[in-house]
Design a protein around this ligand. Sequence first.
Ligand SMILES: [Zn+2]
Length: 114
Amino acid sequence: MHEYPLTKRIVDIAVREAEEQKARRVLAVRLVVGETSGIIAESVQMYFDVIAEGTPAEGAELLITSVKPEMRCPACGRKFIRPRFSFSCPDCGALGEPTETGREFYIESVELEI
Ligand SMILES: [Zn+2]
């Protein structure tokens, strides 16, 4: 349930941005969410609608870009998207190591109606 405080922060940032730009309202918030970040996009969406109610972010669209987890092969250096039930490098079969790709969670941009 840690999506709630995270979503609260997203709404706060969007509202602050709207106030700073003297915008009428927030049209959309673009989020980047890695599939191994542990954040469930559907929960963020659900909380967003509740938290944004009564703020300039009410009714804003939440556009979520999900990022597939990428692994790096320690043997041959190849980077690859982790297959569903495996961690092996598709080239040499060595066990891949996780990278930062897939763990991201951040606001890409906030679209405002000025
Ligand atoms: Zn390899």
